[in-house]
Design a protein around this ligand. Structure first.
Ligand SMILES: [Zn+2]
Length: 461
């Protein structure tokens, strides 16, 4: 046995119990009360909680967007992830027009391999739909690429999939397995509303709040509803990424009740902020797509997490510095969209979810580890603390009080959406395949340690 973790309380989606964990060659070899066998090293985890390593199923590193590229790459981003208790990330490989999905995977892996400090996988993003793409999708599903992301917006950036493409991709998942994830916003009406507010008078009057004015809730609701219609018609498996509205929640709730194979994800920022943030002097920093909505939406999202209508919390981490965000100069259409999240997701969810009794500790582990592992084919290798699983885990001090600040966070960013916020509970040690990779908010692992993970098909929750 290489490593023993003694005296901690293990948290799973169902239980909380005291046990020691033995790790042998990167795998969990023992879980038992008072493990007596000797180990080369022992970590005393008395008073600590132990979670499965967090899986962030929605991450953008080295992403070109808004005329610039994210400040965080696979190296710095996965270091920050490790400090936040994350041991696996899923980023994206977007197809270029005229090229294959395999080409996209190859070039994305060339960017990530040798740089990642935690394990990683890639969602494949079809952007050039035709018979060849459909065929390739089914082939990839059997080769360990079991999730496909499709954008219902971003026509100008060449990322958008039309309804026929999404319908066909869902048909593929019904036949061959896999899961289609969608960015659900209603493209045509959204573009029209953006143009409507894209004038000097409105931008002078409302500033960054134009971002919220141009994306009312129905922009998301209509697209969620349409995607659900295609999932229901095809019998395919659908996952709505970064859902932000009460309307989306209700559509997914009703679809699930009818037996539609649909799942949803939300992100920490939709649970913490509302759109009054855009009226603050540096509100433009908070621009994401979709944007944060109203207090009533936040409440509905928390409720949906507790009830299992939303199955996953992921970050949609996408880091732009103040200087990059400042490119907007008063024009809301020019703000690079996205905010940091990797390092803060776990403490935020613990403090504002568990501590405030909106979700249980077990539910938090389900949302951050078990469910993403099941839906994205990583379970039971990852997402669970069980003999035979990868020794990916977080030792978490539930009483540690921390004031969040970009000044000490490891994320490569000169601002934090959570600046000055107090959290209770913080990861103290992150272990990936038996190796300690972060300790007390500092990265102690190795660049390039992370492995690319071939995945299985999704499991129903
Ligand atoms: Zn995203």
């Amino acid at each position: 046995m290489n490593l023993k973790i003694s005296g901690g309380k293990i948290v799973t989606s169902k239980q909380i119990y005291k046990a020691d964990i033995g790790i042998t060659r990167g795998i969990i070899s023992h879980i038992q009360t008072r493990l007596r066998q000797p180990a080369k090293e022992t970590i005393d985890a008395s008073g600590m909680l132990i979670f499965p390593g967090i899986i962030d199923a929605h991450v953008h590193l080295s992403l070109p967007a808004g005329g610039t590229i994210t400040n965080e790459d696979f190296k710095s981003g996965t270091k920050a992830a490790a400090c936040g208790g994350i041991t696996t990330i899923i980023d994206f490989a977007a197809q270029e027009k005229g090229k294959t999905l395999a080409d996209a995977i190859k070039s994305r892996r060339a960017e990530a391999d040798g740089k990642v400090a935690v394990d990683y996988a890639l969602h494949v993003v079809p952007t050039d739909w035709n018979n060849r793409t459909a065929k390739e999708m089914s082939k990839l599903t059997s080769r360990g690429f079991t999730s496909f992301k499709m954008y219902m917006i971003y026509a100008k950036a060449g990322l958008m999939s039309d309804d026929a493409a999404i319908f066909s991709a869902l048909e593929q998942t019904a036949k061959y397995g896999g899961i289609v994830t969608v960015h659900a916003e209603s493209s045509n009406v959204l573009d029209m509303l953006v143009e409507r507010y894209h004038n000097k008078a409105d931008m002078k009057k409302h500033g960054a709040y134009c971002h919220a004015l141009s994306r009312p809730n129905f922009i998301e609701a209509e697209a969620v509803s349409r995607a659900v219609t295609w999932a229901e018609a095809t019998g395919g498996r659908l996952y709505i990424v970064h859902m932000s509205t009460v309307e989306g929640v209700e559509i997914v709730r009703r679809a699930k009740a009818r037996g539609v194979n649909v799942y949803a994800e939300t992100c920490p920022h939709y649970l913490i902020f509302d759109d009054s943030i855009f009226k603050k002097p540096d509100g433009f920093l908070y621009a994401t797509a979709p944007q944060v909505k109203k207090q009533s939406d936040r409440n509905a999202l928390w409720q949906a997490l507790a009830e299992g209508v939303i199955s996953v919390v992921a970050t949609d981490n996408c880091v732009f510095t103040r200087k990059q965000k400042n490119r907007w100069r008063g024009d809301f259409t020019r703000i690079p969209c996205g905010i940091p999240g990797l390092e803060t997701m776990l403490p935020i969810l613990h403090s504002y979810g568990v501590k405030q009794k909106r979700i249980s500790l077990n539910k938090m582990v389900e949302l951050l580890a078990e469910n993403p592992a099941k839906l994205f084919g990583l379970y039971p290798k990852k997402g669970v603390l069980s003999p035979g699983s990868d020794a990916d885990l977080v030792i978490f001090d539930p009483l540690k009080k921390v004031t969040l600040s970009y000044k000490w966070l490891q994320t490569d960013c000169d601002w934090s959406p959570y600046e000055g916020m107090k959290v209770e509970g913080y990861p103290v040690i992150t272990i990936c395949r038996g190796q300690v990779i972060a300790q007390n908010g500092r990265f102690v692992g190795h660049t390039g340690y992370g492995k690319f993970i071939h995945r299985n098909g999704p499991q129903d929750l």
